[in-house]
Write a protein that binds this ligand. Structure first.
Ligand code: NAD
Ligand code: DAU
Length: 354
């Protein structure tokens, strides 16, 4: 029986990953350590909250004692580190939390993982993995041509991407210097169910439904490579199970799209599924606003390595994924209304601090 120690599992990708493990590996135990920042929402895991294979611990990855206790209590086979401050715009207005969680937090997890690993039997050492979930933003910005490969030099632009780059370097150092069996994945932009409505796609969907303006930064020409979150979670599982220790794998969706096209697609699909009435179209809400400082122009992933070595490739196209995502937000209004009203923070504060 495998035990997965997941950090940041109450956020967007972590909660999708935990649900995947819970559904697809029927004898797996899952521990979720999450600080429940504004982005952490236990409601993302309401379907499994009463499962005897799922255990939630509210806590910070910067807290060595809590991490040591989890290792001691649950003896995990794998640790998968999702916990991070993840929003680029917030890293520009307030970088401090990004340095603390993304760098100091990863360092603390690495140190405690090494303490645990050192005392494992030879048999358990062979199986243990520290998987670090990272981003393609560490590679900086591309022009019109070219792709990020696992050999592209790091060149981060924002406080967020610089903090993730630092964490990747720490993870590699703990492998090369101390022999901790690590894996790193660098992934492109995710979208799908349970994404916090501050990121481009859910923000635009909810602003359309509210009749609010749709703020497109600059001219909307920036390009991102969009990956459906289920595909990302399956890729991580492939790497945890089959990846070569010490290696990095890029994960991408083969879906390069300009931001303006993303917003227009959302508008057009909503015109079809839930028209705004009065003969108006959602595109009328598009507003061009001041650009993000240091805004990377283009991200594009070459995911050949993970395909050739581990047999993973994305199964969802953007055409089907974006329709499914819009339908998910339409069907789950209680989920996002709970967030938008701010009530979820009060509710869980009372629940976990009593
Ligand atoms: P998210 O912001 O939705 O969730 C982050 C989670 O981490 C939240 O539940 C939050 O409460 C928790 N957390 C934050 N600080 C913590 C701390 N100090 N201790 C414990 N828990 C803490 O993020 P996401 O979009 O799900 O991203 C997850 C990971 O994937 C991040 O490491 C991010 O850098 C990486 N990533 C994200 C994307 C993307 O498109 N969203 C793409 C590539 C990589
Ligand atoms: O590439 C992977 C990264 O993707 C992850 O590491 C990050 O955690 C994740 O947040 C995401 O970063 P981005 O900055 O690319 O995502 P965001 O959704 O914030 O923005 C996507 C693009 O849309 C970007 O070019 C900025 C633009 N944008 C964003 C918002 C929120 C707008 O034009 N208007 C907006 O209101």
């Amino acid at each position: 029986m495998d035990t997965y120690f997941v950090t940041g599992g109450s956020g967007f990708i972590g909660s999708n990953f935990i649900q995947l493990i819970h559904e697809s590996i029927l004898d797996a135990n899952i521990i979720n350590l999450d600080k429940l920042t504004y982005a952490g929402n236990p409601a993302n895991l309401s379907k499994i909250e009463n499962s005897d294979r799922y255990h939630f611990v509210k806590g910070d990855i910067c807290d060595a004692a809590i991490i040591a206790k989890i290792f001691d209590d649950y003896k995990p086979t794998f640790i998968v580190n999702f916990a991070a401050e993840s929003h680029v715009d917030r890293s520009i207005t307030g970088p401090g939390e990004f340095i603390q969680t993304n760098i100091v937090g990863t360092y603390t997890l690495l140190n405690e993982s090494l303490n645990y690993y050192t005392d494992l039997t030879d048999e358990d050492k062979k199986r243990f993995r520290f998987h670090h979930v990272s981003t393609d933003e560490v590679y900086g910005s591309l022009g019109d041509k070219g792709y990020f490969t696992e050999h592209t030099s790091y060149d981060p632009s924002s406080p967020y991407s610089a903090s993730k780059a630092s964490s990747d370097h720490l993870v590699r150092a703990w492998h090369r210097t101390f022999g901790l069996p690590v894996l790193i994945t660098n992934c492109s932009n995710n979208y799908g169910p349970y994404q916090f409505p501050e990121k481009l796609i859910p923000l635009m969907i909810l602003n359309c439904l509210d009749g609010k303006s749709l703020p497109v930064y600059g001219t909307g020409e920036n390009v991102r490579d969009w990956l459906y979150v289920e595909d990302h979670c399956e890729a991580i599982l492939h790497v945890v199970k089959m990846g070569t220790v010490g290696e990095t794998y890029n994960i991408g969706g083969n879906n390069e799209i300009r931001n303006l096209e993303i917003v227009e697609t959302i508008c057009d699909l909503l015109d079809e599924i839930k028209p705004c009435g009065d003969g108006k179209t959602y595109r009328e809400l598009i507003t061009f606003v001041k650009d993000r400082p240091g805004h990377d122009f283009r991200y594009a992933i070459d995911a050949t390595k993970i395909k050739n070595e581990l047999g993973w490739y994305p199964k969802h196209t953007f055409k089907t994924g974006i329709r499914d995502t819009i339908n998910w937000y339409l069907e789950n209004d209680t989920w996002w209304e709970f967030i938008r009203s701010g009530e979820y923070r009060q509710y869980y504060k009372a629940q976990y601090e009593s």
